[in-house]
Unconditional design. Sequence first.
Lengths: 187, 557
Amino acid sequence: MALIKHGKLADNIWHDTDEFAELQALAPLGPVIVDLDIWRQHRDEILAQIARIGGRIGLRLTPGQTPDLVAADLDHFELIELQFAKFTDGRAYSQARLLRGRHGFKSELRASGDILRDQLTFMLRCGFDSFLVATDHQAEAILEAVEEFAHWYQPALDQGATIPALRRRIHGAAGASTADCAAAWAY
Amino acid sequence: MYRYDEFDHAFVAERVEQFRGQVARRIAGELTEDAFKPLRLMNGLYLQLHAYMLRVAIPYGTLSARQMRKLAYIARTHDRGYGHFTTRQNIQFNWPKLDDVPTILDELADVEMHAIQTSGNCIRNTTADPLAGVAADEIDDPRVYAEIIRQWSTLHPEFSFLPRKFKIAVTGSPNDRAVTRGHDIGLRMHRDLQGRPGFEVMVGGGQGRTPIMAKTIRNFLPVDHLLSYLEAVLRVYNQLGRRDNIYKARIKILVQSEGAEKFAELVEAEWLQIRDNAVDLPMEERDRIAAYFAPPRYDDLPDVCPALDLAIAADRRFAAWVESNVVAHKQPGYAIATISLKPHGGIPGDASADQMDAVATLSEKFGFGELRVSYKQNLILPDVAKADLLALWRALDGLDLGTANAGRISDIIACPGLDYCNLANARSIPIAQRISERFTDLQRERDIGDISLNISGCINACAHHHVANIGILGVNKNGTEFYQVTLGGVATEDAAVGAIIGPAFDEWQIADAVEDIVDVYLHQRQTDETFIETYQRIGPQPFKETLYGTDQARQAG
Ligand code: SF4
């Protein structure tokens, strides 16, 4: 596995578990990623453990789990991982936009699974900032793709100006600035 | 029409460069066909039975003369000298070589065209009324909104991997020439009591193996909220649409399983959260786009044109062409002319490179250098002075493009079928040719009048046979091609799905069956009734009896 974070290869410090028992064995807790079932069953214990001995917790959502389910808990997570079971399954794009835009999630948003080189820009624009892929080779290919596009029509979560915003800037019409545009996406 | 500015140009250029890299990696063997497939599909490149096929978007069916010449050039240089216009206002090239494709895309970018999102599970080329901006019955010009949708939906970061392909159609007229109810989203323009324009939003239409007409989920959406509302529909669909079964993945299945009312509630709830954010274009950007669609400089002409009346009286072939192929223009003294791509015995929707060049020149001579491509796979000259119609028709006649059959029985919509398509069960093109050859008699075609006949080579229904008055579907039974007939489909504002009339016909019987169906209509019709009106009045039984005999009709019924 190889991790890309903030546009560079990085070490993956996060431990993955789907067993609560295993989770308890880690002291201090984490950094560890749990799934929604574990979080729901053991939320209070996990939070108590963190309060007692410290720790860092991340959450993994499957494509069918809407972020609304954990909207109130988002402050507890230092990372949320969304999965692309197949590259054609685009539900995580909506999950990402909702997490970032609607629910204001600020920490690491990680994509894992079947990630193609040519999807990376879409993912960045939906608010992902880290990517877990199968091999180093894949990671390098993916990094190249980031440079390919500079122009987009829709406002999104990367900080780039959209084509309509650039038009307004060039043609001098009174309109939203780039920053307005990126900020306005946060609903 | 819309012109790219520096940003649109830069955007498409980046895309072509990206694809050039992908093709190079494929040819060098760094990419397997499996890995290359999703990439080429994002650029409209399909692998068909015999070769690659490139589908180029003609946004909302509008073309300039310059663009048409470029299509002719591509057909001549990179294909076998022709192109095929589709029901979705696209053009397909059937024989490009893989390593030529980036160059073709470069050529297209030169004239502000591309093949982005003409395939894949994304928002496809937005279609519109081919008579947009010129039709006498129009409320407002739908091209402005189709262009706004085109820009918004292009490489949308969230909606490029939907459960299934997604098609949007827009009309600004009460008479629907864009089959809006047959689309995933259909938008039909209305005005509210204050006279402000807005859209009726219809969702969940589609053809394929489960033909369904879209349901209205909102009666009136003010135009300023168009994009946020579309975003709400797409977000609900992206999250809840089925992904486990490709035949159940279209939004129509979701709307059906949730119920239109519940689906509308989900959309409204999502929309409430986003309706005031940045996605809707500010007024000045909408005005900027609208300015491109300002009417051309028409001459002040009297609406009555005695020269035209004389010509009509003098030449019965010309008179027949005017009757079927010319419709009213909103500007006095002008008319809208359909150029039929359906010569009797020809391949529906095909145009040769020479024809494309010639038509481009005609659009400059008899108009403002603009052309339209229609859902019916014909071309349209939108701005012809009435006094020029005779000269235009003579020129077209000399190019084998003057057939007087728009809206007639030989104006057949046919998909490529087994001659090209790797999903096909049966051939469509030879069947269309055989049927149209039965109706070469001008007087007989006029007598039969308005009717639609569509032929699809498999249940994917690319030729929209479900919404044709006479629909023909190719099926394969133990290795033999058969043709199933549906009657009663309607593609206009009262869209309806046709019903199967009985057992299928083989390839030698099908043209006879069509003639029998037409004869039943001619015998049964009352004054001025069209085919569909007669069918709706008398029902399928008389047709069954004629086609299958009384005994079998009882069984089939
Ligand atoms: S209807 Fe079937 S045969 Fe015809 S073009 Fe579509 S997929 Fe191919």
